[in-house]
Design a protein around this ligand. Structure first.
Ligand SMILES: Nc1ncnc2c1ncn2[C@@H]1O[C@H](COP(=O)(O)OP(=O)(O)O)[C@@H](O)[C@H]1O
Ligand SMILES: [Mg+2]
Length: 577
């Protein structure tokens, strides 16, 4: 605009136009004078459609390769008027108030809305469910507009909306633990790579038989040239050492006797072989007898464990790099004006709460082998949340937030996801205790698949339980786990005390132990109120207690000694008696 105006008047140098993008809206400021506004707009109007589409998340390569019409359509521009026509019309009809600093929404502006435009069709009936943040608090929803769904339905929605895993190359070393192979791996070499002795003794020709033989050489387990062996000769050999060329078997040292030494008694000159009836390759590991070049080493989909021998297997045949599924990088954000850094030295002032969710989740993520990124604490302000999330979207594959998902007017997560980021909230309420307001959404991104965001409830126990129940399986799915391996392991356990049922299905925190008979027994961690982080202490399982509504009035408690299903979230230990 400056360049164009300068051609008309040197005074143009005095103006300072500003342009930018907020959300997916292009904002351009024009000078106040009608003439100047017209000239400035004229100079950029041809670029606007392109800018709008790019701002709305269009791929510039596609735009340049002529995919513009399609993008315009996707971006919600009416097919009969391209973005270009739309703005030209605005301009030619003199529709710009001369004194305005014009905020021009892009042709696709209503795609994100910012709350000013008709909402984007997000639900089946075409409405955003979240509160309009520009509205008054008295107008907010007084009951949650999100349907309450079952845990099972919620799992299904997560599974369906998690992007497909990405393939990356990784070095074979300790950092490969926890990855899933994205390729079938075959042996590059044979193991052993040479004929190796299984015992300490003497390499012989198995056809030679018993008798006294001269020791013509020595083979140690070390690389190097070895003199060939002829009939009537033997060579001393150690375990794992290569057989001399020509040797066909090894006789154990126990099956031999010294026949002659050097005069000083130091070296063996002749040895009597006592073992008769040797077979070919007796006490010998033949080339490729453990693994032959081309043998299937590991299937696609195999998990590289820390306990199992997968890393050793790959290492044994010289595989330095494998294709695996990328493990997601997970960002953790706490929200709330009241939340303060857990290690802040000063005493709490009225209303302040130390952040326990973030350290807990960062630890849980890391312990499960995923990379965690600390996103800090966001204040309950729409702009703050927006900035933090925008930054997070560029850094991490999955975002976890805690707090701000219930019905308070400061509960900004849902509106921000839907209205600012054009995200899709797949569910916003789950029939479970704790964790009812658990929210799962995906946010579209410019150059990759939509990114999952889990907005977990703020109460510490709720956040931790829902992390294990929903987030962990999603992370495993992203990391390439499939089928049952995605989910927490489940076992039947005997409860040690009566457990009172709640109207909602409950995930009761418990410590389970292996008892003397090898069975599993569960002890509750005590008070289960969702704010009580202590209910997770020493917990290694979540007992799946049915909701009262599910069992009808048949019973109100699980009596001591009964068995219930338990989801295992930690290591199993043995019961002390
Ligand atoms: N990071 C956190 N650490 C500890 N307590 C938290 C944290 N975030 C929220 N809380 C507490 O959890 C409760 C619920 O918070 P809120 O923001 O209303 O969550 P939600 O709307 O998700 O239920 C509040 O008492 C809040 O102070
Ligand atoms: Mg809050």
């Amino acid at each position: 605009m400056l360049a164009a105006s300068l051609k008309i008047t040197p005074f143009a140098i005095m103006s300072r136009p500003v342009a930018g993008v907020r959300g997916d809206t292009v904002i351009i400021t024009l000078p106040g004078s009608p003439k100047g506004a017209k000239e400035n707009l004229e100079s950029i109007i041809k670029l606007l459609p392109h800018a709008c589409i790019q701002a709305a998340g269009g791929d510039s390569r596609v735009i340049h390769s002529g995919g513009m019409k399609k993008l315009e359509k996707e971006a919600g521009v009416a097919p009969h008027s391209g973005a270009h026509d739309h703005h030209s019309h605005l301009y030619e009809s003199g529709g710009l108030a001369s004194d305005d600093a014009v905020g021009m929404t892009s042709g696709c502006g209503h795609h994100h809305g910012g709350g000013h435009h008709a909402p984007t069709p997000r639900t089946k009936n075409g409405e955003l469910r979240s509160n309009d943040l520009t509205g008054d608090v008295a107008r907010r929803h007084r009951s949650s507009p999100y349907p309450m769904i079952s845990v099972k339905e919620a799992h299904k929605l997560v599974e369906e909306n998690i992007p497909a895993p990405e393939v990356v190359k990784k070095k074979v070393d300790a950092s490969l633990v926890g990855y899933i192979l994205a390729e079938e791996v075959r042996a590059k070499e044979s193991v052993p790579a040479f004929r190796a002795s299984i015992v300490d003794g003497y390499a012989v020709l198995h056809t030679d038989g018993v008798g006294i033989y001269p020791v013509v050489g020595v083979s140690h387990a070390a690389p190097g040239e070895i003199k060939p062996l002829e009939a009537g000769q033997i060579a001393r050999i150690t375990t794992g050492a290569p057989l001399p060329p020509g040797a066909t078997a090894v006789v154990m040292v126990e099956d031999t006797r010294i026949a002659k030494t050097t005069d000083d008694g130091v070296e063996e000159l002749e040895i009597e072989i006592l073992a008769s009836g040797l077979t070919e390759l007796e006490n010998v590991r033949e080339v490729g007898s453990d693994m032959k070049t081309g043998d299937l080493l590991l299937q696609k989909g195999a998990e590289i464990t820390a306990v199992g021998g997968e890393i050793g297997l790959l290492a044994s045949v010289g595989i330095a790099e494998v294709e695996v599924y990328k493990k997601p990088v997970v960002g953790v954000l706490s929200t709330g004006d009241e939340i303060v850094q857990h290690d802040r030295a000063e005493n709490l002032t009225l209303g302040e709460v130390r952040d326990s969710n973030r350290p807990t989740l960062l630890a849980a993520i890391t312990a499960r082998g995923f990379e965690a990124v600390d996103l800090g604490i966001a204040k309950d302000q729409p702009g703050t949340l927006e900035d933090v999330l925008k930054d997070a979207l560029s850094k991490v594959d999955v975002i976890i937030t805690t707090g701000g998902v219930s019905m308070g007017e400061k509960d900004l997560l849902k509106p921000t996801i839907e209205r600012t980021f054009n995200g899709t909230i797949h569910f916003g309420r789950v029939a479970m205790k704790p964790g009812k307001p658990t929210t799962f959404a995906t946010i579209p991104t410019q150059d990759s698949a939509p990114k999952p965001i889990f907005s977990l409830p703020g109460n510490p126990a709720s956040a931790t339980v829902t992390f294990h129940l929903f987030v962990l399986p999603a992370l495993r799915q992203l990391a390439g786990f499939i089928g049952n391996d995605i989910h927490l392991a489940k076992a039947l356990v005997t409860v040690e005390e009566d457990l009172v049922l709640d109207p909602r299905p409950e995930y009761h925190r418990a410590a389970i132990r292996i008892d003397r008979s090898g069975g599993l027994v569960a002890r509750s961690t005590g008070g289960q109120r969702s704010s009580r982080i202590g209910s997770m202490e020493a917990a290694n399982a979540l007992l799946c207690l049915p909701g009262l509504s599910e069992v009808g009035d048949k019973r109100t408690r699980v009596p001591r000694g009964d068995k219930v299903e338990a989801l295992i979230i930690g290591d199993l230990k043995v019961l002390d008696v």
